[in-house]
Every structure is written in C-alpha cells, then in structure tokens.
Design a protein around this ligand. Structure first.
Ligand code: FAD
Length: 399
C-alpha cells in the first residue's frame, strides 16, 4: 500500500538537518506502524477509518512528536520554517499512506487551531485548543455555505446575542473532518438583519451540544466521506466561545491564508510524485509489440513532460516557502504556487492514467485514485479562478 520513496533524481536535500531527521522518522512511522494498522483494519484511500481508529493514529502521532509539530513553539510545536514544513509534508503524502492527512491532524487537529492561540481566552485554550493539540479532541473549520463559497464573506448562518449566549441558526456545507469532529471553529454573521455592512464573527461550537447536528451521506469524487454539513437550529453558543471581537471572524480565519495556500502544495506534489513513479514503473514492466512500452518515444516524452512540470511546480513551491521565511507577504506568489501546483499535479495524474492504458481506468489502480484526488485540488481551498483573481489584483496594484 505504501511505497518507500527514494528521490526520483539525486540532488541535495533543500531543508535543514532537523527536517531530514523528521522525514526519516515520519517515513518509518508511515511505512511501519501505520501501514500495519491500515492492513489490519482494511483502511485504504477508498475505505476510511472510523473515529476510534483515527484517534489511535492521532495519539500515536502525538506520542511520537509529529501531531503538534506545526503549532507555535510555546504550544509545544517545533516552530519549523515554512520550507521545512513543506518538505516534511511532501514526504508524508509521497508515502502513499491513507493516513497521510492524519499525521499532523490536517482535517481536524492542530493546524485548525494553531493560528487562533493568540486570540483565544484562557478558557478557550483549556476547553478547545489544548485538547486538540494533545489529540484528545477533534475540531473542524466551518466557513462554507450553500450561498457562500468563493465569496466567503456572504455567510448567512446567523448568530444573535441573547444574554450570555448567541443563538445560532444556519447550515454549513462541505466541512472537512466534521463527521468525526467534536467541535468546530464556525463563522457566522453577527450583523443586524437590515445592516448593509457584513459582520462575520468566529466561534468555538461544541458539535455535541443541543441544536447542532452533522449530516453526512455524500462522498467526494475521490471516494472519501470525511466531509459533512453542520446544521444549527437555535443552537445556544456561550458568549465565552466567541473568538476575538465581533466582525473579526474573516480576518482571523483568513489571517494566514497565504501560508495556508502554500501548505496545500506539498500534498498535491507528493501525490503527483506517486503518480509519476507508478507511471514510470508501469511503463518499464508493461510489454506491447515485443518490447516494454517505456521504449516508445511517445511514452518517454509523456514521462519527460511529467518530470519537468513537476520539477517546475516544486521549484515554485520551494521558492515561495523561502520568500515567506524571509518575511515576505508573498500574496501573489502563494496564489501562483497553489494555482500552478494544482493544475500541474492534475496533468501529471492524467498522463499517468494514459500510460497505464486500460489498467489506468479501472477502479483499484492507484493512478485512477490519484487522478480523482488531484482533480479536487483545483477547486479546494480557493479555486484556480480565485487564485488568478488574486494574482491579477496584486500585479495590477503594483503598477
Ligand atoms: C471535499 C471538500 C472539502 C472542503 N472542506 C472545507 C472545509 O473544511 N471548510 C470550509 O469552510 N469549506 C470547505 N470546502 C469548501 C471549499 O472551500 C469551496 O468548495 C471552494 O472554496 C469553492 O466554493 P464553491 O464550491 O461554493 O464554488 P463557487 O464559489 O460557487 O464557484 C463555482 C465556479 O465559479 C467560479 N467563480 C466564483 N467566483 C468567481 C470570481 N469572482 N471570479 C471568477 N470565477 C469565480 C469558481 O472558480 C468556480 O469555477 C470544501 C469543499 C470540498 C468539495
């Protein structure tokens, strides 16, 4: 199920010795203990783990020092530079493990709350952030609604103050990790009903509280069902759960949007590397017309294009990570990286399917899964069109 990942081409490691050491340990964890766990429980990319098994993975990852790695140092994180973070994450995804998103707890763990620690009250730290950091609680991030997708500020879920509580009504759509989360960082409108101005505020919401339920039942095209809707009906959220001031919700949620955009790139490129590896290995072993198909120039050129485009995307990702580490805002560059890496990773997967011929379009082949998975990143966390909007805006403003 997993593949020990030897670099496709020899070259110096781009990160720090500490990152190299973490990668070696995390690969042992993925290829050893987690691969064994996946085999024992029949978990693969199409068949996810239940909450109990996920919690086991989170706790083990926490015990080994990986789970909270991305948190600020004062919360037990490693304070890694963005470059090292990107390289470790790329290695995790290039392992092919179905548990890859759970090593850092990307869907429902520390990356969901790390940036909120500075705004959180001591009570919020104790009730939500520390238990999430320690792998005892799972938390999702709920912004999107049926009418508020790319236009995230258009949220219609309303939170109305009533004494010591907000009464919240609305429906969040497509929330990753919600089917197995205990709580959500949830964005709701606190604007008066007739107000012209938008006012979006962030809250910690207990998903086990009365008046809130998670509806599941749909699968993404990649076959996973870790996404759900959160339905709130007169849900009373304590005033003490409001994060920061009213109207600061979007700024809090999107405050690290540039870094977060970049941090999706290593996942896509790690998976695209797998697709290239699988295509290369298949081309070498598949024989037609009395020879391996790797001997046909048409196949060689597809492999060469895949490797070249992947190298270019990777260079953009690493260069942008260095710019962020040097203190740059890199708003245009992070959007360029998200745009180019997601479009490139999908083209790589498409050619990998082509090289596999009929085998590539049969369910159960890894390239077929990678094709579906990598299609999704062109939409997730800001579509390609929205990235182009940001790049153009930055470019035009610089004139
Ligand atoms: C599997 C999955 C997991 C997700 N996880 C989460 C999560 O955990 N939390 C969360 O809050 N959200 C989550 N989302 C929501 C996700 O971020 C949105 O789906 C995404 O931002 C796009 O919004 P939309 O689907 O409403 O598309 P729309 O905004 O309706 O876009 C439709 C089309 O119109 C284009 N478009 C829209 N506006 C413009 C414009 N101004 N200029 C040019 N083109 C435009 C888009 O590029 C796209 O092609 C998830 C979605 C999925 C599918």
């Amino acid at each position: 199920m997993t593949t020990a990942s030897k670099p496709l081409f020899d070259g110096p490691f781009e990160g720090s010795p500490r990152a190299a050491e973490i990668i070696a340990r995390v690969q042992d964890f993925l290829h050893g203990e987690l691969a064994e766990l996946a085999r024992a429980h029949g978990v693969d990319h199409e068949h996810g783990a239940d909450r109990a098994l996920l919690q086991q993975v989170w706790r083990r990852s926490h015990a080994m020092g990986f789970y909270g790695m991305t948190l600020p140092e004062q919360m037990g994180g490693l304070g890694l530079p963005v470059l090292d973070h990107v390289l470790v994450k790329e290695a995790i995804y290039a392992s092919g493990s179905p548990f890859a998103p759970h090593v850092f707890g990307e869907l429902s763990g520390p990356p969901r709350v790390g940036a909120l620690a500075r705004q959180a009250t001591p009570q919020q730290m104790a009730q939500f952030i520390v238990p999430v950091a320690q792998a005892e609680m799972a938390i999702c991030f709920a912004l999107t609604e049926a009418e508020a997708g790319s236009d995230a500020g258009a949220v219609q879920t309303r939170a109305v103050l009533d004494g010591e509580h907000y009464v919240v009504n609305g429906r969040k759509r497509f929330i990753s990790g919600s089917p197995f989360a205990d709580a959500a960082v949830l964005l709701a409108s606190t604007a008066a009903e007739d107000a012209d101005e938008r006012e979006v505020t962030a809250f910690f919401v207990d998903l086990h509280a009365p008046g809130v339920r998670v509806e599941t039942g749909y699968k993404t095209m990649a076959g996973q069902s870790s996404t759900g809707d959160i339905v709130l009906e007169d849900c009373r959220v304590p005033l003490a759960n409001r994060i920061g001031a009213p109207g600061r919700g979007l700024a809090l949620a999107l405050g690290r949007i540039s870094v977060n955009r970049l941090l999706h790139c290593p996942a896509m490129l790690g998976l695209a590397q797998l697709a290239l590896r699988d295509a290369r290995d298949y081309a070498l072993q598949r024989r037609q017309f009395g020879r391996s198909i790797a001997q046909f120039q048409a196949i060689q050129h597809m492999l060469a294009d895949m490797a070249t485009e992947l190298a270019a995307a990777r260079a953009l990702m690493l260069g942008t990570a260095r710019a962020l580490d040097a203190g740059g805002a890199a708003r245009a560059e992070t959007s360029m990286a998200k745009l180019f890496c997601s479009e490139t990773a999908f083209r790589v997967a498409d050619r990998a399917v082509q090289i596999h011929g009929g085998e590539g379009i049969v369910q159960g082949r890894r390239v077929e899964f990678l094709f579906r998975m990598l299609r999704m990143y062109r939409v997730l966390t800001g579509t390609s069109e929205i990235q182009k909007n940001t790049i153009a805006k930055e470019l035009l403003a610089s004139a």
